[in-house]
Design a protein around this ligand. Structure first.
Ligand SMILES: [Zn+2]
Length: 91
């Protein structure tokens, strides 16, 4: 996975946690682009990168339902992993 630095003033709209870095799932991906999806490492919120470089907003439930099944599964898997790790204090 590639790690990318994001805007220092970017925060999760769900928990307010600083969102200044991201990991790409695919090894050959570049930095996040507007519309790319993410999961907050502080609270597990499903997020979408906005047109403002490195910033995110909540992923609307209506948008989530329109995603391909494989993408929804990947997001749910990442969210589940993060939530389990947060409960165990490992993030
Ligand atoms: Zn969050």
């Amino acid at each position: 996975m590639n790690k990318f630095r994001l805007a220092e003033d970017a925060h999760c709209p769900g928990c307010g946690g600083q969102n200044n870095a991201a990991l790409a799932i695919a090894a050959d991906e570049g930095g996040p682009k507007p519309g790319d999806l993410s999961v907050c490492g502080h609270c597990g919120a499903l997020l979408e990168f906005t047109d403002e470089v490195g910033h995110v907003q909540h992923l609307a439930a209506s948008m989530f339902k329109q995603l391909p099944l494989d993408t929804r599964k990947q997001l749910a898997h990442a969210q589940s992993h993060i939530l389990r790790a947060l409960k165990g204090g490992r993030l």
